[in-house]
Design a protein. Sequence first.
Length: 370
Amino acid sequence: MNREIETKTGRIVDLLERENLGGVLLNAQHNFAWITGGASNGIDHSRENGAASIFVSRKGTRYLLANNIEMPRLLSEDIPADEFEPVEFAWQDEKTVADLLITKARDLSDGQIASDIAVQPSMRTIENLIAPQRYALTSDEIVRYKKLGADAASAMGTVVDVLKPGQTELEVAALIRKELQVMNISSVVTLVAADDRISRYRHPLPTSQTWSKSLLLVTCAKRNGLIASLSRVVCNGMAPGELKEKTEAAAFVNASLWNATREGVTGAELYQTAADAYSKMGFANEINLHHQGGATGYKTREWVAHSKSEEVVKVAQAFAWNPSITGTKVEETVLATEDGIDVITASIRYPAIAHEIDGKVYNSPGIIEL
């Protein structure tokens, strides 16, 4: 018996009982990874839906639904057969039989069924109800997440070690992806900004522009479904005074958010914390130029803090705050605990910017000077 899968099944069963449903079909790639403890149904990653599904009945029985192409591999390499009962069908039937998945799921259920993403216009979709089930991480997920964070930070450090002025953003992005891939991590978001592009764009997709003075590196690193986000600012030589000032201010906003990331605090309260911190540092308008991040996990952002957000911080929930001031950015992934936050992507090799708030010292990533 897999305790992680049992815990998550229990959450789904409770949800089904509250909603008077007989079962739910989970096909979205992030939900498949979550319910299986890190397996993947992704073949075509341009789509949200995957090549196999999990059906959980109100009785707590779990089924793996897949065609005869995918089932052997899934059972051999990804899915424990003693945890999910296989329901296999011919790939031809999948293409030619209308609503095959829904028919299979209904045969396994004693009542009305729902899905996480739309598979039929008349079928109820409940992704909005499933998402909160993902928020509080299990102890096994936390172990995997911490390892992911450490590995992603290490990979980014390896990239920093080989940076040289004259490289293009595309070359640097390729280095990031390569170093992560060595650790079986995919970079689902890779941003690189050279010199003036750091100030011009908040989401700088890599281009052929070369860098000479400064560089912003960003990755959202994914393994076993979990995603850890981090950003690093690198300078060729000593960082300019203005960049230092702005980065220290962004780090104060970051520290303020970390300090406020406590159980029961709402997204709206966190947003206000960020707004107050920007204002205190003399950059009040910067909060209007980009979102500040929020909860993470099986999506790059499960929810983003804003002035009307009613989402609430949970213990054992992951967060990636990304305060930015034009020309710089600070970002790490943390876990909310009963005693505060635990930074899982920290790079102890590189400079940190310390801020003390309410008696606690928070170390945000500083500028790396080559």
